[in-house]
Design a binder for this molecule. Structure first.
Ligand SMILES: Cc1cc2nc3c(=O)[nH]c(=O)nc-3n(C[C@H](O)[C@H](O)[C@H](O)COP(=O)(O)OP(=O)(O)OC[C@H]3O[C@@H](n4cnc5c(N)ncnc54)[C@H](O)[C@@H]3O)c2cc1C
Length: 520
């Protein structure tokens, strides 16, 4: 199996040449390379070797506590010892005060090395951000330093058996008990709901404070600590760990909340708004998980295809797989999906950090989440195909990439939900400014003919009563256009020919998608 190698040069290339990171007021390219390289060395040496162990062993529930696979506890202790949990935590709360771009670099490398472990540790920055935006001073100073030091990990508890994409159906109930709150209910699918890498856990829980039919307006956000100040356990129980197709080392927990002591964070009834602070960043983080998988799949396949000899080339000599046109097309596509996906994510994260064009970020975020996660599955699938029968075996681990990557298209908003957001909400009323900002960006960077396909489709959808049925096509068309706006920025990259070849093979799609959206 090819050992994991972090794509540090590619990450730095897209950040600067495509994402425009140099326009950030505190940009320091040398420092960013240093941080990314330092984490890459740690990930390659210590985290990545646990990926196969985790996949094989999985997590287990013993006496009500979740036990992580061998080696995870020590690797996490080293991760905390090196200060990585506090990377983006402000210095006043004992962190290092780096911005979201540094987190994006580290996060992608982490996901490529070991997606399961990244899942369990990766919710801390979002929890800290939620505390910074909505917490009281007392909450910030009590909780943030314990996450910055790595002493605590955190979770995000939204999903329930009857409430997945539709959080308005949440039933977990919070009632006031004097100055405190108590939560009773059930949550499912909670990543890292328990683990043995930290002694205590910080849970962010969405629960109902309004009446049963108050929808999302009756939801509030709460802090629930796994342990109470006297050291006893808050009554939060993991009732089972789900069996899954992948991510075996990320415990996906079913949890019972039985009169759990909770603290309100933010305003009562404004829980979803506060939760979205966490989710918007989480979506770009998931996009980068997709990029990491596409990159890893390509890396494994390219190495294999450069060595395996089958058939003969045009000169009659024995040829390696990558000399055959069909295999080369597959490798080109994988490489392009990985680089272009990272480009979209970096553009979104840099714009998010700049805070100067929030409506453009609104439009880019669903595209990044959708494109990168769909591309991860496609690239992993092509990776298996490139390796032939060996791709289907466990030996080269590309089948693990395929299994682990699959969830990215479902959590943090399933692909269909993001397509729907783009095609309905972001084309209407005041939110349509997001589409205007996207039109301005692509208009300035993509060929006029490509922009015309999208503009025509947008106009047709604005007057359509059936926009939802065309959501997948409009998402695909928006992605197609954005790739054409970003591709010229790869001119000086060694993989520019692979990107050009991939885009040329899909050039016809703009007209097809636009015609289909405008028909009927
Ligand atoms: C491994 C894993 C980890 C997870 N981690 C967490 C976690 O840490 N915390 C947490 O709270 N949750 C977590 N989840 C839950 C995850 O966020 C949900 O699975 C996701 O939100 C989708 O909800 P659902 O599974 O109920 O699917 P559903 O909502 O039932 O959707 C099923 C399908 O129908 C489509 N659909 C649904 N509604 C609509 C609509 N209105 N219009 C059009 N199409 C629609 C969706 O696009 C999807 O394709 C995790 C799930 C898994 C599997």
């Amino acid at each position: 199996m090819k050992p994991f190698a972090a794509p540090v040069d590619d990450i730095l290339f897209t950040l600067t040449e495509v994402g425009g990171a140099a326009s950030l007021h505190d940009w320091d390219g040398d420092l960013m390379r240093e941080i990314t390289q330092a984490f890459a060395s740690f990930a390659e040496g210590e985290i990545a070797p646990l990926d196969e162990v985790g996949d094989t062993q999985g997590c287990r529930l013993e006496d009500g506590r979740v036990i992580m696979p061998d080696g995870f506890k020590q690797a996490y202790a080293d991760y905390a010892e090196q200060g990585w949990p506090g990377l983006t935590v402000p210095e006043e709360y004992d962190g290092q005060g780096m911005g979201g771009v540094a987190l994006a670099c580290v996060s992608e490398v982490f996901s490529g090395a070991n997606h399961s472990m990244q899942m369990v540790t990766g919710l801390v920055p979002g929890a800290v951000r939620t505390l910074l935006d909505y917490g009281t001073e007392a909450q910030k100073s009590a909780y943030i330093p314990r996450m910055a030091s790595g002493e605590w990990l955190s979770t995000m508890c939204l999903t329930e058996p009857g409430a997945g994409s539709d959080l308005g159906r949440i039933r977990a109930r919070a009632v006031q008990d004097g100055d405190a709150w108590k939560i009773t209910g059930e949550k499912i699918f909670i990543s890292g709901g328990d683990q043995d890498m930290t002694d205590e856990i910080f849970h962010l829980v969405l629960a109902r404070t309004g009446d049963a039919d108050s929808g999302v307006k009756g939801l509030s956000l709460f802090i629930c600590l796994s342990h109470l100040p006297d050291g006893s356990r808050n009554p939060i129980t993991v009732t089972r760990i789900e069996e899954k197709m992948g991510l075996h080392a990320s415990p996906t927990c079913q949890m019972a909340f039985d009169g759990v002591q909770a603290e309100l964070i933010g305003e009562e009834g404004a829980g979803l708004k506060a939760m979205f602070t966490m989710m918007n960043h989480a979506r770009i983080d998931v996009a980068l998980q997709g990029v990491a998988h596409a990159t890893r799949a390509h890396d494994i396949a390219a190495a294999y295809c450069a060595e395996r000899v089958q058939g003969r080339g045009a000169d009659g000599q024995p040829a390696t797989l990558d000399q055959h046109a069909d295999v080369r097309n597959m490798l080109n596509e994988m490489r392009a999906l990985s680089l272009l996906g990272r480009a979209i994510s970096h553009l979104a994260i840099v714009e998010l950090e700049k805070e100067s064009d929030p409506m453009l970020v609104e439009f880019l975020t669903p595209i990044a989440k959708h494109f990168c996660t769909e591309s991860a599955s496609r690239a992993a699938d092509l990776g298996i195909q490139c390796l032939g029968g060996y791709g289907y075996l466990q030996e080269y681990r590309v089948e693990q990439v395929w299994r682990d990557a699959r969830i990215c298209r479902i959590y943090e908003g399933a692909s269909g939900i993001h397509a729907l957001t783009l095609t309905t909400r972001l084309l209407q009323g005041r939110a349509a400014e997001a589409a205007d900002r996207f039109a301005a960006f692509t208009g300035a960077n993509a060929p006029a003919e490509a922009v015309a396909h999208w503009t025509r489709a947008r106009a047709a959808l604005a007057g359509s009563t059936d926009a939802a049925a065309k959501a997948a096509d409009f998402m695909a068309l928006s992605e197609w256009l954005l790739l054409r706006a970003l591709a010229p920025r790869f001119q000086s990259h060694a993989a520019a020919p692979e990107i050009a070849s991939y885009l040329a093979r899909n050039d016809y799609m703009g007209a097809v998608l636009s015609d289909r959206i405008c028909a009927g």
